[in-house]
Design a protein. Structure first.
Length: 207
């Protein structure tokens, strides 16, 4: 930064000589209320082209014809068509994209959304989502029911039945019964309630 002392009369007559770097920008020119012959001290942080240096908040470049997104790297300004991922950009021109923007492996792409998917995203509330997904309780899926053996109740296993057993209703649902338990339930014990295959039977028949 160069300190320069400028006489306002010199500034008004030959501003290019006063600054030594060409005509100063409006922000650096002498404002009204300074009298002729007054001593003026000003700080100027620029280069020979009149650009404000980067350490003074400028770009140090002529950006009047620049197009795109400005980027600063190690104090050097440049302009690109997109903002890179590292700075929160998409690093792609998404003007013609349709659907959801996806970034995977540093590559930006578009994922198409079906009409049903779009309807789901824009659904007004949870109830509307359930209708779209066919998840309405009592219509598309079983409504919550009372567990038991009463009318319209849901049956569940009572105890720990095993494969191959028979089912018997209890107050809590269905329990498993082995073959022996089944016979005992119905008084079907061989040799006790019914005869065995070795028993002999005779039938009396009148003459």
């Amino acid at each position: 930064m160069k300190k320069i002392l400028i006489y306002t009369f010199l500034l008004s007559l030959i501003p290019s000589l006063a600054f030594g770097i060409g005509a100063p920008p409006a922000s650096s020119r002498v404002s009204a209320g300074v009298g002729l012959g007054d001593m003026l001290e000003a700080d100027w942080d620029g280069d020979a082209n009149g650009f404000i240096d980067t350490d003074a908040g400028g770009t140090n470049t002529d950006s009047s014809a620049a197009t795109g997104v400005p980027n600063v790297n190690a104090g050097t300004w440049s302009y690109g068509p997109t903002l890179v991922h590292e700075f929160g950009g998409l690093e792609a021109d998404v003007g013609a994209y349709n659907g959801i923007i996806k970034i995977s492996g540093g590559v930006t792409s578009a994922v198409a959304i079906s009409a049903n998917g779009e309807s789901l995203i824009t659904a007004a509330n949870y109830a509307a989502m359930k209708v779209l997904l066919d998840l309405e309780i009592g219509t598309d899926i079983l409504a919550e029911q009372t567990i038991g053996i009463g009318d319209d109740n849901l049956l569940e296993a009572d105890g720990t039945p095993n494969s191959g057993e028979y089912a018997r209703f209890t107050a809590n649902g269905l329990e498993g019964r082995t073959e022996a338990e089944f016979k005992g339930d119905f008084n079907l014990e061989i040799g006790t309630d019914v005869g065995s295959a070795d028993d002999w039977y005779c039938r009396w028949q009148p003459p």
